[in-house]
Ligand binder design. Structure first.
Ligand code: WT7
Length: 662
């Protein structure tokens, strides 16, 4: 990294970067007047997004805001997401690659699905789902690794109007059961396993265990055989079908795409919030797809001839929006990689970029920090000159990581888009437009044109430049979540109550609160600092501390526990648990293992605590509330703020000693 000290020093001092001219010249969006135009012409500006799609029935109204916060977009219109992502590209791009899949084992050949191939298999699987009895609006759950059958199953559901609910493959059996129960989902599509750092993981065992926890009858389960000779030898139960057999039985079948109302549900995605129970975020067909098509072309600069690689997992919203729906709606080639970036070596992503001539690469800051740690020799071994644009998402990026990415991956020749958004927003909300704005490392940039994102104080007034505040979104946008599944009341409480007049039916009185802290500078660039609720962001994965806490408490011998997030060099944040044992339990290694296991069982390995500290007491206020702020400060090794309001100030020193002696 330090072979070129002058260059490093120059980058270190530079805090603003212009997009390369060569990029601007060819950018999908390069006219700065778009901001003014969208402000003046709001909400009709979003017709531009709708125009990127094929509609079977034109919409009558861009925005119906008569019943806030239950906004409706493109009302009266109808369309089908699978038709938009596949069929309409067939004529011109039928032979072009839609999905370029790279398995983790290096000896395995890539699987390329042209738009024709994708069309064929999505139709066949849609026919199979139909025959199984899946009807419009039946929720189909997917608990699948990064294999092509996952987007195929999603698009097959979209084709027949059945919303999907994808559960990240790394989530545990009980997390799967909880989500199937919450959505009353009677169908599951899964796989027998996948490869992770060379091991053939047994996924079906976990899925089967999850199915045991489903409270209603599950009518059918489809299992893709990913492992072949490495499979773990489970027999399929009576209601379980082999994916390949099903598709073969329906060879050549076609299913007309079902006309869906713009506001019909496309999918559910469960995400973590303040309370223990995951929230079922509902996204709809017209607004969501329009938002993702528009942001994919304006921000990721996607063109049909590109080969675009997003390293996220489709089990999270980033993969839904920017591996599947956004890129495919634009008819481009989207790359899917099954495994980890360090298998078999730490250059795996760069090998993929080099091999496939990837044009845009979108990843998370946690990955960039890992690349930095591994060293520039890994990207340096490869020809990355096909890259035109880089992106990051999921957590704040520190300027040092940004500059490393800019130099060592982008060769100082690619704009970087730092995109702030959430599961709930459906797609990007705050980011520079790469062909328009200068970039400031560490700051996501201005809100997307037509988007009213502000930084306010506790009473909702805008803060001045440089001051810390809270992010709000003060106008609706097409990609927004419509509600929490079957829970309108919680939807209002979680996202609107903080800053809105909830008795009003004037949309001006309704403000969306994403629960992030932020700052804004004189140029209107927003830096998102992080969550202000009980959500931690571990390696870009969103986890609820309350969910983790209940898993810790469920472990034998635990009397009370507090779980907090603290800074972590690579992961961004890590989970730390403070535990009081019951009498007779010693808090030794064995108990630690049990607690870790309990967290893995309830959520998954990603939520495993970085540290577990046993303590006779937790710091509490006089009214008996655990002071999490103090525990965070301890975990961060920071100076402690005010401890005078504690009922038991002595405990702080005890805990600090414990942490120090680890
Ligand atoms: C939370 C949402 C967006 C898809 C992946 C995560 C944090 C996201 C950024 C960014 C700073 C960011 C926020 C947000 N976040 N992008 N560019 N800069 N923070 O989606 O799991 O719903 O998590 O991720 O805290 O609220 P998610």
């Amino acid at each position: 990294m330090s072979q070129q000290p002058e260059l490093e020093a120059r980058l270190e001092d530079q805090n603003e970067f212009e997009p390369p001219e060569s990029f601007v010249e060819q950018a999908n969006v390069s006219d700065p007047s778009i901001y003014e135009e969208f402000d003046e012409n709001w909400p009709e500006c979003w017709e531009q997004a709708a125009d990127l799609l094929d509609w079977s029935e034109e919409y009558d109204q861009v925005l119906d805001d008569s019943n806030p916060p239950f906004y409706e977009w493109f009302t009266g219109g109808s369309l089908n997401a699978s038709q938009n992502c596949i069929d309409r590209h067939l004529e011109e791009r039928g032979d072009e690659a839609a999905i370029e899949w790279v398995g983790e084992p290096t000896g395995e050949e890539n699987r390329t699905y042209t738009y024709e191939d994708l069309h064929r298999e999505v139709n066949e699987f849609a026919a199979a789902l139909r025959e199984m009895g899946v009807g419009e609006d039946d929720v189909v759950t997917m608990h699948m690794p990064m294999i092509p059958e996952l987007p195929i199953a999603m698009l097959a559901c979209a084709r027949i109007g059945a919303p999907h609910s994808v559960v990240f493959a790394g989530f545990s059996a009980s997390a799967l059961a909880e989500r199937m129960n919450a959505a009353d989902s009677e169908y599951l599509v899964t796989a027998n396993g996948y490869y992770r750092r060379g091991d053939a993981l047994d996924h079906l065992e976990k899925a089967n265990e999850g199915l045991e926890g489903v409270e209603h009858e599950v009518s059918d389960v489809v299992v893709k055989d990913r492992l072949g000779d490495d499979a773990h030898g489970h027999d399929l139960a009576d209601n379980q079908h082999d994916y390949d057999e099903l598709v073969a039985e329906h060879a050549g079948a076609t299913v007309d795409p079902v006309e869906r109302d713009a506001e019909d549900m496309l999918f559910l995605m469960y995400t973590s919030g303040t309370t223990g129970e995951p929230k079922g975020v509902k996204h709809t067909t017209g607004g969501y797809l329009a938002w993702n098509a528009w942001t994919s072309q304006a921000v990721l600069d996607i063109k049909p001839d590109d080969t675009y690689f997003c390293s996220a997992d489709i089990g999270w919203i980033t993969g839904h929006s920017y591996i599947v729906y956004g890129p495919l709606s634009l008819g481009t080639t989207t790359v899917m990689y099954e495994g980890t970036p360090d298998h078999p070596e730490q250059d795996r992503f760069w090998e993929i970029v080099d091999d496939l001539d990837v044009t845009q690469f979108y990843t998370a800051p946690t990955a960039i920090r890992a690349f930095m740690k591994w060293g520039a020799e890994y990207p340096d071994e490869h020809d990355l000159s096909s890259l035109r644009l880089l992106g990051t998402v999921g957590e704040p990026i520190n300027p040092k990581a940004w500059k490393w990415y800019y130099k060592h991956i982008g060769d100082e020749n690619c704009p970087i888009v730092d995109t702030w958004w959430q599961t709930e927003t459906g797609g990007m909300m705050v980011t520079t437009l790469p062909g328009v704005n200068d970039m400031k490392p560490g700051s996501a940039g201005p809100p997307i044109p037509g988007n009213d994102v502000r930084v306010v104080d506790a009473s909702g007034d805008e803060v001045s430049a440089g001051e810390a505040g809270y992010l709000t979104v003060e106008k609706p946008w097409p990609g927004m979540l419509r509600t929490l599944y079957q829970n309108d009341e919680r939807f209002i409480q979680e996202y609107w109550a903080e800053y809105s007049d909830t008795d009003s039916d004037d949309p001006e009185d309704w403000v969306y609160f994403p629960e992030d802290g932020a700052k804004i500078d004189d140029d209107g660039y927003i830096t998102v600092v992080g969550r202000v609720d009980d959500v931690v962001n571990v390696s870009g994965h969103r986890l609820g501390t309350m969910e983790i806490e209940s898993a810790v408490v469920a472990s034998e011998g635990v009397a009370e526990a507090a779980v907090v997030g603290a800074d972590h060099e690579v992961k961004g944040e890590a989970v730390h648990a403070y535990v009081i044992t019951e009498d007779g339990y010693d808090g030794g290694r064995e108990m630690q293992d049990q607690i870790e296991q309990s967290v893995e069982d309830a959520i998954g390995p990603i939520a495993r605590p970085e540290s577990i500290v046993f303590t006779p007491e937790l710091p509490k206020t006089r009214s008996g509330k655990i002071m999490r702020r103090l525990l965070e400060e301890i975990a961060n090794g920071e100076d402690l703020g005010d401890t005078s309001t504690l009922r038991n100030p002595d405990v702080v020193e005890d805990i600090q000693q414990q942490v120090g002696s680890e």
